[in-house]
Design a protein around this ligand. Structure first.
Ligand SMILES: Cc1cc2nc3c(=O)[nH]c(=O)nc-3n(C[C@H](O)[C@H](O)[C@H](O)COP(=O)(O)OP(=O)(O)OC[C@H]3O[C@@H](n4cnc5c(N)ncnc54)[C@H](O)[C@@H]3O)c2cc1C
Length: 596
């Protein structure tokens, strides 16, 4: 069975030594009192919950999966999931970063982000139940009417009720403009919703007394396409005026999907047979409202990738130190044993260090992103708010796609470290590989993320957001210009920055001639930008490690070695990515469809 140790030391490094978050919080009145001791204590407790309560349920949850009672339409989650959720609620975890007005604890998103990394490492399938709930909370917090907020937010905050996002239908996933679910206005101001949704995560379960579905549907006479979609809140049980649960709403689970991974999460077909709902936001503006939830979920999926990268790495390292096979090419390293531990072999180290560099780089990026969200939401300074919002918009597709692509690579490498033992179920590694695959698909496939980055976030605003990030990078490069020890990090960072600028200009020009050029380059482009962001954070981490390594703490030695590995062995991937991005649409589009 796999083990998991919360990476508290590295989280504290990123939070306090790299980003100085508590200093940043001082400029945010809502969080000005949050000090390092509070942050560390919360993370320690969250880590205990993840490693002691959730991790032991992960493999069993995978084996058992969820079961649907076709008579009652109720779903039973795997053994232990319900109890773990009750403990999560009793511990106040759902309320951590929610608004105190609705019973939340008002802590920064930055702290919540770290908690979710750990929940995902321990048990991604379980973590999706509270993860989606938090997305529903954010959507209603921003777009709900005061009445909807009063009805739903306290219960979502406490975790008594959970949330879902019901977008996908059998004929429409990426292209939500084609969705068919209908909403008919009723005289009392509510709506009667009918339709069939598929693939709804946490869509039905036995962990909470009510499920708050956020459903996309069309009003009568709605315009065609994505401009005619509205958003509705449709609870499993209707809620009476006094807040108690009323009649069962006809929104039922018709079936559960059988799938590759995340077996402990109920992926439900949801049949909506005239269920009563209320409108969230403006008519026909449902997608804009839902985007609050989708953006939260995209960052959440990035955290799933990060969580799996970390846990796979931890297990692969233990195995590689323990498993003995063959001798080191440069002579025996454990002469007292019949063979050396496999960690002596260069390629095993390469696989381990790849996972480690992806985990630690991903952690720095995702905690920084969460800090930007805290600034966007709570800074009293409008310029700070706007800049932070721009950075969040720019990096959201990178967090989602780069971290989950990396997780797929990392979990696969870590499985390889185990040899054949990685492929069999006993050690838990193959589950991490299977669980990680969905993260590249849902919440907008990684291709869609790359189109969002290149098309909407970069080209559509003439590179303004990218330039803003470029200025942050440039300031760091200039600060380190005369620091000899930093040249090995700063020079490749500066070089890549220049190449990204040139590539962006070239792709922008080509896109004017032929829009397919964007589609042909976007996936490579996102990966190049992912590396630019990682190179920036790895250079900054190396700087801290260089300054502190003298104290003899092996943590800094390891950080520096991983930074050097990243720059030497992973960053050079950008050269081939830039070449393939520049190779353009022709080699893809020249071949006629009939010839496939
Ligand atoms: C386990 C699981 C859980 C899920 N949870 C939820 C949930 O909670 N709520 C929910 O609403 N949905 C959920 N989904 C649905 C998920 O978000 C969709 O499956 C996903 O967005 C892709 O849609 P699709 O499957 O219809 O694929 P399609 O949209 O049919 O795409 C097929 C392929 O075509 C590509 N493609 C499509 N359009 C373009 C384009 N313009 N340019 C380039 N390539 C393109 C895609 O990238 C993909 O590779 C879940 C799915 C799964 C499997």
């Amino acid at each position: 069975m796999a083990h998991y140790t919360p990476p508290l030391r590295d989280m504290q490094f990123v939070l306090h030594e790299l980003l100085g978050v508590t200093e940043e919080f001082k400029a945010l009145p809502a969080h000005a009192e949050v000090d390092a001791d509070t942050v560390n204590a919360v993370l320690e407790e969250g880590g205990k919950f993840a490693s002691e309560v959730l991790a032991p349920l992960n493999q069993r949850g995978d084996e058992e999966g969820c079961t649907l009672d076709r008579e009652t339409h109720e779903v039973k989650t795997p053994t232990g999931f319900k109890d773990a959720y009750a403990k999560y609620v009793a511990g106040g975890w759902p309320a951590l970063s929610c608004d105190p007005v609705f019973g939340g604890q008002g802590l920064p998103i930055t702290v919540n982000q770290c908690i979710f990394e750990m929940l995902n490492s321990a048990n991604q399938a379980w973590a999706m139940y509270p993860g989606l709930t938090h997305g529903a909370y954010e959507c209603l917090h921003e777009h709900g009417t005061p009445e909807q907020q009063q009805t739903y937010l306290p219960k979502l905050t406490s975790g008594e009720w959970t949330g879902t996002m019901c977008l996908t239908e059998a004929h429409c996933g990426t292209d939500l403009g084609m969705l068919r679910s209908k909403a008919e206005p009723l005289p009392d101001g509510t709506y009667r919703i009918t339709g069939n949704k598929i693939f709804i995560s946490s869509g039905e379960h036995d962990m909470a007394s009510n499920i708050v579905h956020l459903v996309l549907a069309r009003l009568p006479e709605a315009p065609q396409g994505s401009k005619g979609i509205s958003l509705f809140v449709v609870p499993k049980f209707l809620v009476n005026a006094d807040g108690s649960l009323g009649a069962r709403n006809p929104i039922f689970c018709g079936a559960l999907e059988h799938k590759m991974g995340i077996h402990g999460n109920a992926t439900a077909q949801i049949n909506i047979d005239g269920a009563i709902g209320t409108l969230v936001g403006q008519p026909h503006k449902g997608l804009a409202a839902m985007f609050v939830m989708m953006n939260a979920a995209r960052l959440g999926v990035g955290m799933q990738g990060l969580g799996l990268t970390e846990v796979a790495y931890q297990n692969a390292v233990s195995y590689a130190k323990d498993r003995i096979q063959m001798r080191s090419l440069s002579g025996p390293k454990a002469p007292d044993k019949p063979a050396d531990p496999i960690i002596v072999h260069p390629d095993v180290r390469k696989m381990l260090l790849t996972a480690r560099a992806y985990a630690e780089g991903g952690r720095a990026l995702s905690i920084w992103t969460a800090l930007m969200i805290d600034k966007e939401l709570t800074s009293p300074d409008e310029d700070v708010k706007r800049d932070a919002a721009d950075m969040v918009a720019l990096v959201t597709p990178i967090v989602k796609a780069f971290l989950t692509d990396n997780a797929w690579i990392a979990t696969s490498h870590c499985m390889q470290v185990y040899g054949g033992h990685g492929y069999i179920a006993e050690w838990g590694m193959e589950q991490f590989v299977r669980d990680s695959r969905i993260n590249m698909i849902y919440e907008g496939t990684n291709t869609i993320q790359s189109l969002d980055l290149l098309g909407r976030k970069v080209l559509a605003d003439n590179g303004a957001k990218l330039k803003k990030f470029g200025k942050i990078v440039q300031a760091f490069i200039e600060d380190e210009g005369t620091n000899e020890a930093m040249q090995e990090f700063v020079n490749p960072l500066a070089e890549l920055g220049d190449k990204v600028t040139k590539l962006t200009t070239e792709l922008g020009m080509k896109a004017f001639q032929n829009p397919d050029e964007v589609g042909a380059a976007a996936v490579d482009y996102l990966r190049v930008c992912g590396h630019l962001v990682f190179a920036y954070f790895w250079a900054r981490m190396a700087k801290v490690a260089l300054e502190k390594q003298g104290a003899g703490d092996p943590f800094y030695k390891a950080k520096l070695a991983t930074a050097r590995f990243y720059f030497a062995k992973l960053l050079p991937e950008t050269a081939s990515l830039i070449r393939t991005a520049r190779a353009g649409a022709k080699p893809l589009m020249d071949i006629e469809e009939a010839l496939f």
